[in-house]
Write a protein that binds this ligand. Structure first.
Ligand SMILES: Cc1cc2nc3c(=O)[nH]c(=O)nc-3n(C[C@H](O)[C@H](O)[C@H](O)COP(=O)(O)OP(=O)(O)OC[C@H]3O[C@@H](n4cnc5c(N)ncnc54)[C@H](O)[C@@H]3O)c2cc1C
Length: 449
């Protein structure tokens, strides 16, 4: 067996939680033997921790501080504002590193495939989440005029968007939501939010903590028809499902208080058609309850579909369209039916959009175990330390947001918040992020001819 060489250079594509956990496991206590470049398409790191996790969940967001510490390690380099597959190809990455770990997440959404889905007013939760979290790309909502909103999906993202719509805007003044988002939330006209789950409550993917939170909102009544719970034996289910059923049973018995906003929960109900002329005005649904199936129409001016995130393929990397993941074995990317040398995958792009933040830690451990086994097996022993792509990007006129530029963005956001009498406040345009970083835009170069 060849002896392992002294240094191994690893590119991690995607600086979201899975990328950070991988960088952590690769470099923690290894005595500087492994050098990691975290390469990220956006001008900022943290992936869905910054642009997915709800702004009113500061305890989860606090994981960012741990990730910042990883960036302080001398053998971890940050290269944001670099789109792999566009600014630099996968082949170039593979040639300039011993190994590459794909951690590109799942940023696209799934569709319902029902008539009227493309009417104005019908939007993906993905795009709504990006907006309130200040993502520099995607739709902007200048007003929330809908009084009745339908949310399709029975998972935590559906609960997040319901909570954002139902809570008082004042609750967000202490978060980092962009100031223009806060202004729109202040004018939010919503009175009724209807969440629809296709199957029974025992199959909902809510976590109990997030579910319970919705029942504790000031000025909000929860409306749930007890027939949705009939015939379900809690003892036949996992402890997590039992806990959810208990919360729901409590809500089904609650007296309405006449609160100004209402959350309606519907199970065993699927959307059939988005209705409207020129814009959405209602939603036809099919409900199976008490052994009876019937269709009914809901007045609703906005629908958020929250039926799952989906990864997108990128050039040069195998992709399974059916599962929307990069195929792998023990986290090694599979090309033409066999593990490919020097390619690994972690996070949502490996296992699909499931689990909580910590699930990506276990995932990263698995990938690093395989990678370190390959190093120990002498797979990467040719030559000295590989160059990485920083110089290649400079030669190409691509500007990176590195560790110090990211610190400059964070300082700018703190200052920006101060001018509004708030704490940190996100800036939500690509140009302002790059200005704050002191970096110029890549667009004329990276978009090519
Ligand atoms: C709305 C929402 C709310 C959530 N709330 C919670 C919560 O409260 N608690 C919790 O535990 N979990 C929560 N999660 C789950 C958590 O965010 C995910 O588990 C986690 O972000 C997945 O990590 P990832 O690194 O695989 O993907 P991501 O976080 O998506 O990171 C992938 C990164 O790769 C980058 N990238 C993609 N393509 C390229 C490319 N070609 N070149 C370079 N970079 C690229 C992306 O820009 C992104 O930054 C939530 C998820 C969502 C969607």
């Amino acid at each position: 067996m060849a002896s392992p060489k002294q240094f191994t250079r690893v590119a991690i594509v995607g600086a979201g939680p899975a990328g950070f956990f991988t960088a952590d496991h690769l470099t923690y206590g290894d005595g500087g033997q492994i050098v990691v470049d975290l390469i990220e398409r956006l001008p900022t790191p943290l992936g869905l921790l910054r642009y997915g996790v709800a702004p009113d969940h500061p305890n989860i967001k606090a994981a960012g501080a741990t990730f910042e510490e990883i960036l302080d390690r001398p053998d971890v380099n940050l290269l944001c504002n670099v789109d792999v597959g566009n600014d630099v190809t996968v082949e170039e990455i593979r040639a300039n590193y011993d190994a590459v770990v794909y951690a590109t997440g799942a940023s696209s959404d799934r569709r319902l495939g029902i008539p009227g889905e493309d009417l104005p007013g019908s939007i993906s939760a993905t795009s709504f989440v990006k907006w309130y979290n200040g993502h520099p790309e995607g739709d902007r909502f200048d007003a929330l005029e809908a009084e009745s909103v339908a949310i399709i999906g029975a998972g935590n993202v559906a609960l997040d968007v319901a909570r954002i719509l139902l809570k008082s805007a004042d609750d967000f003044a202490i978060t980092d939501v962009p100031h223009r988002v806060l202004e729109v939330l202040r004018g939010n006209k919503v009175r009724d939010v209807h969440v629809f789950g296709r199957r029974g409550p025992q199959y909902a993917k809510f976590t109990t903590k997030e579910l319970r939170e919705l029942g504790e909102l000031d000025g909000v009544d929860v409306v749930l028809d007890p027939r949705h719970l009939e015939g379900i034996d809690p003892d036949g289910h996992t402890p997590a499902v039992k806990r959810n059923l208990k919360v729901l049973a409590g809500w089904a018995e609650r007296e309405l208080t006449g609160a100004g906003r209402r959350l309606h929960l519907h199970f065993d109900t699927r959307p059939v058609e988005v209705m409207g002329q020129g814009a959405m005005s209602g939603l036809r649904v099919e409900e199976s309850i008490g052994g009876e199936t019937r269709q009914w129409d809901l007045d609703a001016q906005m629908m958020l579909r929250s039926v799952g995130y989906r990864a997108l393929p990128f050039p040069g990397v195998p992709f399974d369209e059916e599962t929307a993941t990069i195929p792998s074995e023990a986290s090694r990317v599979v090309r033409s039916g066999a593990p490919s040398m020097g390619e690994y995958v972690v996070g949502w792009v490996k296992r699909g959009p499931t689990g909580i933040l910590g699930t990506n830690r276990a995932d990263a451990e698995d990938a690093v175990e395989s990678l370190k086994a390959d190093i120990a097996g002498g797979m990467y022993d040719a030559g000295g330390l590989k160059p990485g792509v920083a110089q290649l990007l400079r030669d190409r006129g691509i500007s990176c947001v590195d560790r110090s530029s990211w610190t400059a963005i964070a300082a700018h956001e703190a200052l920006h918040g101060e001018t509004h009498g708030r704490g940190n406040v996100k800036v939500d345009t690509w140009d302002e992020l790059l200005d704050a970083a002191g970096v110029r835009s890549n667009s004329p170069v990276s978009q090519g001819p």
